[in-house]
Design a binder for this molecule. Structure first.
Ligand code: SF4
Ligand code: SF4
Length: 261
């Protein structure tokens, strides 16, 4: 499989802490990447200078949402048009020196780490996510949540009688309808556990599966439970279950209509 981090149309910085600041709306995240990219542009490509710049940048940013997940201030924009997120300390970006030791991990961890999606997603699934998201924000939220992607594609397939495949994505209306579904990830309440999939961090830092307590809400389980669970549609996550269920249903029906043509 090609690395998921930099795809043809999309890029991801989730494991470098892209979404883990208080204030994780898209505009705030983009502003933070702008500030880091601008600040680092004039910094000499030396370890001392990058260490000091990283320290100063971190001091200006809000607290992490999850303190156990590190946030690296050396993550910024790779291209002049600011469409592609990536490491500003990587030799390919600095033009020579490897300055990743001055981030929140060390260069060997940065070089070798691959998130679990690399082994869970098929190349075809990765390609579909890339083509549908085609950006540097939604993509990272989606590509790191394999159960969410599969639940969405399976539910659309159930309604349409045919699961969306790569050839369907040549049609803009199908891409756009699937994007609306994936974009549920961008519309969750601040701090919602759904930002991080169907798991929450356990006491030892390991992921613990969540579930929606329908009995406590005095209602039956939703037919879209797998999707709702991944987006954190649980009142304890700060999201309104009925509202989100309505959104899921409406967007699924829209995607099924687009797929059927
Ligand atoms: S979270 Fe996964 S896909 Fe995203 S940058 Fe990290 S390793 Fe790459
Ligand atoms: S130094 Fe490592 S953690 Fe920081 S942005 Fe680069 S790859 Fe990510």
């Amino acid at each position: 499989m090609n690395p998921l981090c930099q795809r043809a149309h999309s890029s991801c910085g989730a494991c470098c802490g892209l979404y883990n600041r208080d204030g994780h709306g898209e505009a705030e995240i983009r502003a933070r990447l702008d500030a880091r990219t601008d600040a680092l542009a004039g910094v000499p490509r030396t370890r001392d200078a990058f260490r000091e710049a990283a320290r100063r940048l971190s001091a200006t940013e809000p607290a992490p949402l999850f303190p156990s997940v590190r946030v690296c201030p050396l993550l910024g924009w790779l291209d002049p048009a600011r469409t592609r997120v990536g490491c500003l300390a990587h030799p390919a970006t600095t033009g020579g020196p490897d300055l990743r030791d001055e981030g929140v991990y060390d260069a060997s961890i940065c070089e070798t780490f691959l998130c679990p999606s690399h082994s869970w997603l098929t190349e075809a699934e990765a390609d579909e996510i890339d083509v549908v998201c085609a950006d540097a924000h939604l993509y990272g939220l989606v590509v790191t949540d394999v159960p969410f992607v599969r639940a969405v594609l399976e539910a659309v397939g159930r309604l349409a009688g045919e699961k969306p495949g790569r050839t369907h994505l040549d049609r803009p209306e199908v891409r756009s309808a699937l994007r609306r579904l994936f974009a549920l990830k961008e519309e969750l309440e601040p701090g919602s556990e759904g930002l991080f999939g169907a798991f929450r961090p356990g006491q030892d830092g390991e992921p613990v599966p969540r579930s929606i307590d329908y009995a406590a809400l005095d209602r039956d389980a939703s037919p879209w439970d797998a999707i709702l669970l991944c987006v954190g549609a649980d009142p304890r996550s700060g999201n309104d279950l009925d509202r989100l269920e309505g959104e899921v249903r409406e967007r699924l029906e829209g995607a099924a209509r687009a797929l059927r043509g």
